[in-house]
Design a binder for this molecule. Structure first.
Ligand SMILES: Nc1ncnc2c1ncn2[C@@H]1O[C@H](COP(=O)(O)OP(=O)(O)O)[C@@H](O)[C@H]1O
Ligand SMILES: [Mg+2]
Length: 256
């Protein structure tokens, strides 16, 4: 059974049609990679799956909670958000809270745990991502990679059914990317359901079960990541995948 099901999902902002009739299924325990050019609608689709963006048409189902465009109430939003956590490109940590407080905050705010237990769990989850040493530090004193791992810890602490990652490494210096990708790979090993927007093609090929290529607000194609992202053949997706590999190689050469 699909954990996430989107049917005919469209998003219109003002007069602009951003997403057009998206149909998507995500099976429990799998990793889905969203791939596509800048401005194609990947972030908007993730935000819509979490109802940070309201759809103009269609339905979303997450773990049995069904939501229909135009008929969304606050209780449904809360229910859906309890099932899905988001990790943003720019970390989005609270600057006035320590790493530990950042991880504990959602647990306390949504009444999942009393303060003391929330802090205890936050410490455990920070240890899981290798950050117990910095638990009492403020975000500004942490590297970008550490900040992103705090935000991953914050996402997993609430034990969501799915974690949505929006280009989690694109704001990081190259030498910090590896630790964050390793943290995400560890979650995949635990069969935590994830959707990941990424330009890291090697990583997507290794970690993702399914890949979804988005272009101009539409799903152009979807299928097994190993096939769709192979870069072989002369199609639209291969040419996109190969253009990214070229940039990656140029980055490395440029750094020598
Ligand atoms: N709040 C908004 N208002 C108007 N246009 C938006 C808004 N958010 C996104 N867009 C537009 O929607 C399109 C898709 O954006 P986005 O989902 O951020 O793409 P991607 O993540 O693939 O780069 C872009 O053309 C962008 O300018
Ligand atoms: Mg984006």
């Amino acid at each position: 059974m699909s954990l996430i099901k989107a049917r005919n999902l469209s998003v219109k902002i003002g007069q602009k049609q951003i997403l057009k009739r998206i149909n998507l299924d995500v099976e429990e325990g799998t990793v889905t990679a969203f791939i596509g050019p800048s401005g194609s609608g990947k972030t908007t689709l993730l935000r819509t799956l979490n109802l940070l963006q309201e759809p103009s048409e269609g339905t979303i189902e997450v773990n049995g909670t069904k939501i229909e465009a135009g008929k969304i109430d606050k209780r449904q939003i809360e229910e859906l958000r309890q099932n899905s956590a988001m990790v943003f490109q720019q970390f989005n940590l609270f600057k006035n809270m320590t790493a530990l407080e950042n991880v504990a905050a959602p647990l306390i705010l949504n009444g999942q745990l009393p303060k003391k237990e929330a802090r205890q769990l936050a410490r455990e989850v920070l240890a899981e991502v290798g950050l117990e040493q910095v638990a009492d530090q403020y975000p500004i004193t942490l590297s970008g990679g550490q900040q992103q791992r705090v935000s991953i810890a914050r996402a997993i602490a609430v034990k969501p059914k799915v974690i949505l990652f929006d280009e989690p490494t694109s704001a990081l210096d190259p030498e910090l990317v590896g630790d964050v990708l390793q943290t995400i790979a560890n979650l995949a090993k635990e069969h935590i359901t994830m959707i990941l927007v990424t330009h890291e093609m090697d990583f997507a090929r290794q970690i993702a079960d399914q890949a979804v290529f988005i272009e101009d607000g539409e799903i152009f194609d979807q299928g097994p990541a190993s096939e769709l992202l192979s870069g072989r053949g002369a199609g639209r997706i291969s040419s996109f995948v190969n253009s990214l590999e070229k940039v990656a190689v140029e980055k490395i050469i440029g750094g020598i």
